[in-house]
Design a protein around this ligand. Sequence first.
Ligand code: NAD
Ligand code: TYD
Length: 343
Amino acid sequence: MTSILVTGGAGFIGSNYVRGLAASRPELTVVNVDALTYSGNLENLAGVLDTPRHRFIRADIADAQALERALAGIEFDQVVHFAAESHVDRSIEDAGAFLRTNVLGTQVLIDLARRRGVKRFVHVSTDEVYGALGATGLFSESTPLAPNSPYAASKAASDLLVRAAIHTHGFPALITRCSNNYGPYQFPEKLIPLMVSNALEGKPLPVYGDGMQVRDWIHVDDHCAGIECVRERGRIGEVYNLGGGNERANIEVVRGILAATGKPESLIKYVADRPGHDRRYAIDASKAKAELGWSPTVGFEEGLRRTLAWYVDNREWWSRIKSGVYRDYYARHYAHRVGEEAS
Ligand code: NAD
Ligand code: TYD
């Protein structure tokens, strides 16, 4: 039986991935290592926690000794590495945790995986390592890395460490670079869950700058399916871009959410732009499509409808987060932006 070490499996994408494996891959067992930072939440694992094929271990991937101790005597053949600090705005405020988890933590995992003779290591990365696009063009796997935020720079550094391990040690790794995800269990600091939950609460929807920045949205289920294709059939040493092919300007997304929730556009509040804000991301995923037979299946309007329904049905989940640890960050971050509001 194949055993997979998943890191960051209590976060947004990791928990969706783990839940997907539990539902569809009875031949796999999962060891889920997560430090449970502000964005990690055991409630995200409802239904899989404490089942025979899923074992949860709380550990910090950047602490090599603690990780080794936590995993002593536990066997695994493959690694799927999600654990990261993941929010651009927080990296602008303070990059320290990003360097520690995303850079150091990735090297700690590479070293551990090499000692354990792991057969495949999937490093989950982001299209943000490529920087920003103008009005046209797409990121391909050969687009030069040109990260613009501390988050993106820390992810690019982790990609380069994985690349170096492949080149130097013949480390059996693969890298995925995906566009912006949305779906259930996404922490409400990211655009879609923040706007959905604010709309449901009748609060202002803070749009950075002119709202014309473009993201290429992908439903988290499609991302997880892509990671599975890469894990199973990807060529070791390769990078695979994954993207939804759903380019939308932020303001379109926000208006769509207001329309779907029946709330007025007067809730839109233009606020000061994010420093260094990347204008446009868009992915060329033709390599994954041609080599692995992967394609996204969830159209954006349908995916957004399903996501909205999930946030309506799971109000307790996000209300608890928004009234708890997230509250201080929100007050600090948005008070400052509104103070600098764009006219
Ligand atoms: P998330 O913030 O929801 O989850 C991250 C998880 O990692 C949390 O459960 C957290 O507790 C855990 N973690 C953080 N530091 C840790 C540490 N030191 N040790 C162990 N666990 C730690 O993020 P997400 O959106 O689920 O992103 C997961 C991965 O996917 C990240 O690597 C991110 O760069 C990548 N990615 C995300 C997107 C997106 O749109 N969200 C797109 C492309 C790639
Ligand atoms: P985000 O979800 O933080 O993802 P990323 O920065 O990794 O793309 O933001 C998505 C887009 O939404 C990005 O262009 C920034 C913008 N945005 C706002 O306009 N207002 C907000 O309050 C947030 C959180 C994001």
